[in-house]
Design a protein around this ligand. Structure first.
Ligand SMILES: *Cc1c(COP(=O)(O)O)cnc(C)c1O
Length: 395
């Protein structure tokens, strides 16, 4: 099956033709339950009518004008994101990696503009994933991802998770920021404890360091709160968003306080496509839905149902499932060594339910936030069939 796409992905030999809610249909018309949502992107499900209408309406009016002009759609979206969070200013890009790059630049420029250019190091955590551009790769520190792309972008210090002593030991006068995913995604659906996130906030305040949360995967309703850091009751100074933000439209955002972004004056950063009217129409439509009073309570209700079902699965399939991970509708099944996550992902696909792998032999579930109880139950029933086969195979 040779194609002219650069073979950077291990793709499954399935092509989807159409989607609706949490259902996907392949080219032969077979239906799949989507418990992955395009890796947390299809936050409102496939082809949500409000999102479709908003993008269609904008597509007939104005797509792109460049950032040489005011863009009302971006001003409105930024104002809404700020009203929902700690932030006072937003930079829009087109991906998660771009949001992270912006966050790194905001933090470094903050100190450079304040006359401390040597203060440019950023502390990150083992198991982190922040994207595939050179800066984001260096921040993530994943050897397999970095290898062969040397020289590596300097300035990052990686420490173990949940280790207060290691964080304190890494803090020097050269440290500008601490960057962390409140719930690590690619690394294996590892949720940092609320206490540790509060510790990070405290230690940053104590040393005048900026705190950056990468909520690209765990933000925007995924964990049952609008932002995962709300569980811990702390806000960062800078926050990266992407994945669910456009509901499938490529868009990322770097949010910050005015103080943190004090160095980001005209000419310091840019992105040709960033914040264009078409992308902003998608963002506004996503926020319209997520800000409805019933939206997050329904995510939490669905998350409770998922949690109960997964507990039962972990009990019934304890031969292959080691433990459960994650929060809300961001969950992982940590599998035993003899049961590779890639095999469960493959079997699940054969049973027509979509999930994917994550680090540490975890199978990842990120269903659309709008998934119905019936869709979820159907997906979990199919996942159980895949687990039965896996248990049989590895018996
Ligand atoms: C996906 C992801 C990124 C990178 O986003 P891209 O849009 O692929 O560049 C960064 N951080 C986290 C936590 C992610 O899950």
């Amino acid at each position: 099956m040779e194609t002219h796409l650069m073979p950077t992905y291990a793709r499954a030999d399935v092509a989807f033709a159409r989607g609706e809610g949490a259902r996907l249909y392949d080219e032969r018309g077979a239906d799949y339950i989507d418990l992955l949502a395009g890796i947390g992107v299809i936050s409102l499900g496939h082809c949500h009518p409000h999102l479709v209408a908003a993008v269609q309406e904008q597509a007939e009016r104005l797509w792109h004008v460049s950032n040489l002009f005011r863009i009302r759609e971006a001003e409105r979206a930024a104002a809404r994101l700020c009203a929902m969070t700690f932030a006072e200013v937003v930079f829009f890009g087109n991906s998660g990696a771009e949001a992270i790059e912006a966050a790194i630049k905001v933090a470094r420029k903050h100190f450079a503009a304040a006359g401390e250019p040597q203060r440019n190091r950023i502390i990150t955590f083992e198991g982190a994933f922040h994207g595939r551009t050179l800066g984001a790769l260096a921040a993530g520190g994943n050897e397999a991802h970095l290898s062969g792309f040397e020289p590596r972008c300097p300035g990052f210090i990686q420490v173990p998770r949940e280790n207060e002593k290691a964080v304190r030991a890494a803090i020097t006068p050269e440290v500008a920021a601490i960057l962390v995913e409140p719930v690590q995604g690619e690394g294996g659906i590892h949720a940092f404890s609320d206490d540790f996130l509060r510790f990070l906030r405290g230690v940053c305040d104590e040393h005048g360091i900026l705190l950056i949360f990468d909520e690209i995967q765990c933000g925007l309703g995924r964990t049952g709160r609008m932002f995962a850091c709300e569980h811990a009751g702390v806000w960062p100074d800078i926050m990266a968003l992407a994945k669910g933000l456009g509901g499938g439209f490529p868009v990322g955002a770097c949010l910050a306080t005015r103080e943190a972004a004090s160095g980001m004056v005209a000419g310091t950063h840019g992105s040709t496509f960033g914040g264009n009217p078409l992308a902003m129409a998608a963002v506004s439509a996503v926020l319209d839905e997520m800000e409805k009073p019933g939206f997050l309570p329904q995510v939490r209700e669905r998350a409770e149902g998922l949690d109960l079902a997964l507990r039962q699965i972990a009990e019934d399939f304890s031969g292959v499932v080691r433990a459960l991970r994650g929060r809300g509708l961001m969950r992982g099944l940590h599998l035993r060594e003899k049961a590779p996550n890639t095999e469960l992902v493959r079997l699940a696909r054969e049973e027509r339910v979509i999930v994917c792998g994550a680090g540490e032999n975890v199978v990842r579930l990120l269903p659309p936030l709008t998934i119905t109880e019936a869709e979820l139950n159907e997906g979990l029933a199919r996942l159980r069939r895949a687990l039965e086969r896996l248990a049989h195979e590895t018996g």
